[in-house]
Ligand binder design. Structure first.
Ligand SMILES: Cc1ncc(C[n+]2csc(CCOP(=O)(O)OP(=O)(O)O)c2C)c(N)n1
Length: 672
């Protein structure tokens, strides 16, 4: 739909003043960006974007990402006009508690918000992920999907490193249908962008392999021509560098950082409305003609959904079943049993030598991948070490999106952000992988996956000092503890094949949040379990591996240190103790089940508690209590063979016993 003047200007000004009025009412927000980008957003939404306000999750919709999330009111205004369930009252509640219109766009609040943005750069990374997911769908179901991905981003997004990583990969993969509009307003939060940037963005993106156009971002004809060309471009993503003016229309704040992040103020609002020929009252004005124009657009788009449904209906039955599985990301009821059976086989094969949990997890991932067409994997150039590639799944590459594995290159941050985009897109759950220590490089994305309640599998291998010779730069010490601090993230550190299977079962069943799988480089032995042991107990998060009636000591360990606890317990038992050993691959998962579940596994029975984990100890102190013992590593590691490191860091059976015995004795002496 093309809006003729003066309706076009009226519609753009409607967006502008919905934002200005909402920000004034909230007395907080960012008016500069909506004022500057209204012309661009309007053309995207009325001319190109295909959406279904009554069915916001319609699978073949185009995705729109406001990467410059501080401009949230622009998005809320668009959603309101487009007919989503977002009323004027919702706009009037901008930034208020429990409103649908939080300060930055958040997934699950207003319908039509595709991803949570605000941390600059993430939206672009997400959009690259959405575009990869789109291409993967198109390759799997030729002729069925038409979706594209539109983005508005600012200087902040393009300065952030994550966008460099993501955009380089987007160019490399030739992601056509990805259209990024750059709000090139020369202003950031503190002042002129020129204070901190002077690169030639156009040439930078051309060097990445993008199709780049530069336009006046307030000239409708130029915007239309550029968007038309960008959408039509084949074989590469598009960047439109749109020269805009922040605070457009505001006599005293346009082109100034003053428009960026504070309300215009009563006087300046009045002056801006006057300057753009907008009535001062009523506020939150939506002229009937503008509403009618958006209704026409909705009607125009109504057929798209039916046409898509018809294309799906015409699929061969087998393909339709695959699509159904992807659409719902359904888990076959038998998968859990299959994973546990595979784990038993793996354990038998590993024999006395044992196996690294990274290898065991990899084999189990294959079992899951066979059953789940929606499982997709990728690594930051560490496939050969992390082993997360889906065997026989093929590579995603330029022009070839039938594959299931993405080579992200050495771009951990973008990997996380792109994986989030793949997940929110709705048809794939992504696996990512790198060394555990480099989880720090992707932490902002992991945090957002948790905030957005997305099913992303973050696989981190080489999980402790026991990776050995590469030394402290590569040895995770604080990463497990640090990741456990992220709300709604679950960190699983399995100890052997069966625990790896339980980790996958848990992670796959967890639909409302991401899971980290923290895995060893080194071989670990298969744990002995009592006859008739039900592996489902593991997936609850923690369980008693060695039990005792009226225990005199409780040892709690994770991953590679569980065997250490078992060995120490054996010696303690020979010395007259009644030790209990709890394996706790994911204590937080058990805690999720409530106090009762925790009490069932680790009761308050008065037995002194010891935690053993090859990493920072503070987060165990709560569980072991003030008089408990947390054995771990609270310094950086060292470069040496793992056996020497075990001695150096006190993580041998004898070293553990040497700490436990005097501690127990002192405790008993104190208690009398
Ligand atoms: C990762 C991150 N760092 C810092 C911020 C705080 N911040 C929000 S907007 C902004 C400036 C962005 O400048 P630009 O993209 O040019 O936006 P404009 O001023 O044009 O609206 C900053 C620093 C943020 N949201 N995210």
């Amino acid at each position: 739909m093309e809006l003729a003047e003066p309706l076009r200007t009226q519609a753009a000004n409607t967006l502008r003043f919905l934002a200005v009025d909402a920000i004034e009412k909230a007395n907080s927000g960012h008016p500069g960006m909506p004022l500057g980008c209204a012309d661009l957003a309007l053309e995207i939404w009325t001319r190109h974007l295909r959406y279904a306000p009554t069915d916001p999750d319609w699978a073949d919709r185009d995705r729109f990402v406001l990467s410059a999330g501080h401009g949230s009111m622009l998005l809320y205004g668009l959603l309101h006009l487009a007919g989503y369930e977002l009323t004027l009252d919702d706009l009037k509640s901008f930034r208020q508690l429990d409103s649908k219109t939080p300060g930055h766009p958040e997934l699950h609040f207003a319908p039509g918000v595709e991803t949570t943005t605000g941390p600059l750069g993430q939206g672009i990374g997400n959009a690259v992920g959405m575009s990869i997911a789109s291409h993967m769908l198109k390759a799997r179901f030729p002729g069925v999907f038409t979706q594209r991905t539109f983005v508005i981003c600012g200087d902040g997004d393009l300065q952030e490193g994550v966008s460099h990583e993501a955009c380089a990969l987007a160019g490399h993969l030739g992601l056509d249908g990805l259209v990024v509009v750059y709000d090139d307003n020369h202003i950031t939060l503190d002042g002129p962008a020129a204070w901190s940037q002077s690169e030639d963005t156009k040439r930078r993106f051309e060097a990445y392999g993008w199709f780049v156009q530069a336009i006046d971002g307030h000239d409708p004809a130029q915007i239309r021509a550029a968007l038309d060309a960008a959408v039509a471009e084949k074989g590469r993503p598009s960047l439109i560098c749109a020269r805009t003016h922040i605070g457009f229309g505001s006599p005293n704040k346009h082109d100034s950082a003053k428009a960026h992040g504070s309300p215009l103020g009563k006087e300046e609002t009045a002056l801006t409305k006057q300057a753009l020929g907008w009535p001062l009252e009523p506020t939150f004005l939506v002229p009937d003609e503008v509403r009618a124009a958006f209704a026409r657009r909705a009607a125009e788009l109504a057929g798209e959904r039916t046409a898509f449904e018809e294309r799906v209906a015409a699929l061969a039955p087998e393909q339709r079943a695959t699509w159904e599985s992807m659409r719902t990301r359904a888990l076959p009821a038998t998968l859990g049993a299959e994973l546990f059976a595979a784990a038993h086989e793996l354990a038998t094969k590993a024999g006395a030598k044992g196996e690294a949990t990274r290898v065991l997890s990899s084999k189990l991932e294959q079992v899951a991948a066979k059953a789940l067409p929606w499982l997709q994997a990728g690594s930051a150039d560490l496939q050969s070490s992390c082993h997360t590639q889906i065997d026989g799944g093929g590579l995603v590459s330029r022009g070839e999106f039938g594959g299931r594995n993405v080579n992200y290159g050495i771009r951990e941050h973008a990997m996380g952000s792109i994986a989030n985009g793949i997940a929110v897109h709705g048809c794939f759950s992504p696996v990512t992988s790198t060394f555990h220590v480099f989880s720090d490089y992707m932490r902002p994305a992991i945090r957002l996956a948790a905030l957005m309640e997305q099913q992303v599998f973050f696989v981190f291998t080489h999980d402790s000092v026991f990776l050995g010779e590469d030394g402290p730069t590569h040895q995770a010490v604080e990463q497990t503890a640090a990741l456990r601090l992220i709300p709604n993230l679950r960190v699983v550190r399995p100890a052997d094949a069966l625990e790896c299977a339980a980790a996958w079962v848990y992670a796959l069943e967890r639909r409302d949040g991401p899971t980290c799988l923290v895995l060893t480089r080194q071989k670990v032995p298969t744990l002995e379990r009592p006859a008739g042991f039900d592996p489902k107990a593991i997936a609850r998060g923690a369980y008693r591996l060695v039990d005792a009636v009226d225990p005199t000591i409780t040892l709690i360990a994770t991953g590679s240190e569980v065997q250490l606890a078992v060995e120490a317990a054996k010696v303690l038992a020979s010395e007259g103790e009644r030790p209990r050993v709890v394996s706790a691959p994911c204590l937080e998962a058990l805690e999720d089940l409530g106090d009762e579940a925790l009490d069932e596994v680790i009761p308050e029975d008065g037995s002194p508690r010891v935690a053993i984990e090859a990493g920072r100890t503070p987060n165990w102190r709560g569980l072991v209590g003030r008089h408990g013992l947390a054995i771990g590593i609270d310094t950086f590691g060292a470069s040496a063979p793992d056996k020497d490191l075990a001695v150096r860091f006190g993580l041998t059976r004898d070293a553990v016993l040497e700490r436990v015995r005097p501690w127990l004795a002192a405790l008993r002496a104190k208690r009398g």
